[in-house]
Ligand binder design. Structure first.
Ligand code: PLP
Length: 352
């Protein structure tokens, strides 16, 4: 891969994700400034869309104190790369995975979310046989409706149970207020985020009143970070995928970041004017309803014309996307791409 750096884009074989480093670094700087400098809380970017420790390192260099992983396997990759402060923001369940978790705690400060006393007891028992004392965060469901205990009394009850165990330590509370992501009206979005997060921080207050200390109150994501970071009582924000400034984040979640990731793909067939087959998951592309407004920014019409001429039958294009934990999600496919392709086919007659 390294030998491709500095080469003309048309020499790169497709399909390939391309990162616009200047834009990526500006996004990282902006997220860091908002969260760390302005809101004065910690930044623990979610790495489910990065996967790559080199990208994670750019966030750490910009001030992130730790990272959030969606699953244990990702945490293992990050710990192997030397990253120390890791939150697995999901429940790790079952003897095999719990034993991997405890082993990983020997290498790094790995914290894991819990929402059930049975799971907590299993982690506690597995840790008893080792020298490590895994730290856990109680996941609280403040409205998303995924995992987590309810705020208030259920969170306090679980905290009490955990504090009675000797091989495990309660480090804090965690939530993801994702039910607020798509609220268009910014003042309503702010109101709902703050209301959701107050359920988390009030639960923290009740747990502290019971004499149990909590260091970490973790929340937020790219689609809420500029509001969540300023919520009273939270200590860190998990926004991560925003470093790419994906179209869906900007269009549907109101995120003000620049597009920084494209997929370069080649049109492998153009059977008729309305159908484009690419070497990049054409089926999902065609079945997806929304489209990329930004590709022209990355590949100017001049560049695309040039690529079309060079490749004769091929048209290279950028498609914005986000890589998620187990599949590729198209984040933005805009009509402009289709129009542009239509224009090119007329102007350049590349499809004959
Ligand atoms: C626990 C948790 N925190 C935060 C996020 C937000 O991640 P991102 O900033 O990449 O959108 C997610 C997204 O799935 C999540 O599951």
């Amino acid at each position: 891969m390294k030998n491709l750096v500095g080469q003309p884009i048309e020499l790169i074989d497709t399909p390939v994700p391309l990162i616009h480093l200047d834009a990526l670094e500006r996004n990282i700087a902006k997220m860091s400034k908002t969260i760390i400098n302005e809101a004065r809380v910690g930044w623990r970017p979610h790495t489910k869309s990065m996967k790559n420790p080199d990208l994670v390192q750019l966030c750490l260099d910009a001030g992130a104190h730790g990272i959030t992983c969606a699953k244990l396997g990702e945490a293992e990759v990050m710990a192997a790369a030397g990253i120390k402060d890791i939150l697995v923001a999901n429940e790790v369940v079952g003897a095999t995975k719990i034993s991997r978790l405890v082993k990983l705690c020997e290498k790094a400060d790995v914290k894991v979310c819990v929402d059930s006393i049975d799971n907590v007891r299993q982690i506690d028992r597995a840790a008893a046989a080792t020298g490590v004392r895994p730290r856990v965060l109680i996941e609280v469901d403040v409205g998303m409706g995924r995992a987590g205990v309810k705020p208030g009394q259920p969170a306090v009850a679980l905290a009490n149970e955990i504090s009675g165990l000797s091989n495990i330590e309660l480090a804090g509370l965690q939530t993801w207020e994702s039910h607020t992501l798509t609220i268009v009206d910014q003042s309503e979005k702010k109101r709902q985020i703050l209301a959701a997060l107050s359920l988390l921080t009030e639960s923290a207050d009740q747990i502290r009143q019971a004499g149990i200390s909590l260091d970490i109150i973790s929340c937020g994501g790219t689609g809420t970070y500029w509001i969540s970071a300023f919520a009273p009582g939270i200590t860190e924000v998990e926004a991560g995928g925003g470093i790419y400034g994906c179209g869906r984040y900007r269009r549907d979640f109101g995120v003000d970041l620049e597009p920084a990731l494209t997929i370069l793909t080649t049109v492998t067939s153009r059977p008729d004017a309305n159908r484009i087959i690419c070497d990049f998951l054409a089926v999902e592309w065609l079945s997806h309803s929304s489209l990329p407004q930004n590709m022209v920014r990355f590949f100017s019409p001049k560049t695309i014309r040039h690529l079309a001429q060079v490749n004769r039958l091929n048209l290279c294009r950028g498609i914005q996307m986000q890589l998620s934990s187990c599949m590729i999600i198209f984040m933005a496919l805009e009509l402009d791409a289709w129009r542009l392709c239509g224009q090119l086919s007329e102007e350049e007659s590349y499809n004959n």
